[in-house]
Write a protein that binds this ligand. Sequence first.
Ligand SMILES: *Cc1c(COP(=O)(O)O)cnc(C)c1O
Length: 239
Amino acid sequence: MATPAIDGAAVTALWSVMFRNSQAAERAGTQPEMVRVVAVSKTKLVSLIRQVYDAGHQDIDWHFIGHLQSNKVKTLLVPNLAMVEGVDNEKVANVLDRVVSSLGRNPLKVFVQVNTSEEASKSGIDPSGCAAFAEHIKLRCPNLVFSGLMTIGMPDYTSTPENFGTLLNCRLEVCKALGVAEDQCDLSMGMSGDFEQAIEMGSTNVRVGSTIFGPTIMQRSNLTSDFKVLVLVNCIFML
Ligand SMILES: *Cc1c(COP(=O)(O)O)cnc(C)c1O
């Protein structure tokens, strides 16, 4: 239930996360504004999301994060969507590229999702394939902008330093293959339980959900029955 008290708690929690973010950035020897905080709203009520949205001072962008199926791409592309975090195969990239082109909208930024856990998982490209996939996006998907790499970490959504290290290595390989500087490739890693550690290891985009909005009880029926609901619950903004 989103009572005003709970709404207030989410805004307070957001400011606390922003503060911890800036302290971790300082420890990492970087500027706080170099690390984007993506507030992950999942299945939260729109009224609660609105409170946190209204508390933001800076420009706000919407990110879609999570696994994207190619047959759902069209519904997702609301005009102001800035970023898709989680493209992990050529088919989805090609469909996204075609749909963006047909809509005549601005090119869409994408992060490539990497499976850094060495465990069988349904989403995320193998680290050995990330450079070739980033090249595919750059050379064959003119309506997409390769912008970085994203990882969830372990299948239970926790991360180890090894997960973060693997993503750092992927960035080295991708930047070499594309001939771009490392600061042209964001690293999206770190969630509620480990975002400070991720920042200290070089993350430039942390995705924080439950620490801001409270725990999420995922209702499968909400996630699968109607993609419009799926878009809503996965719409992310960054502050
Ligand atoms: C839910 C989710 C998050 C946020 O996780 P918390 O642990 O609640 O901060 C980040 N990334 C992805 C892909 C998610 O699904």
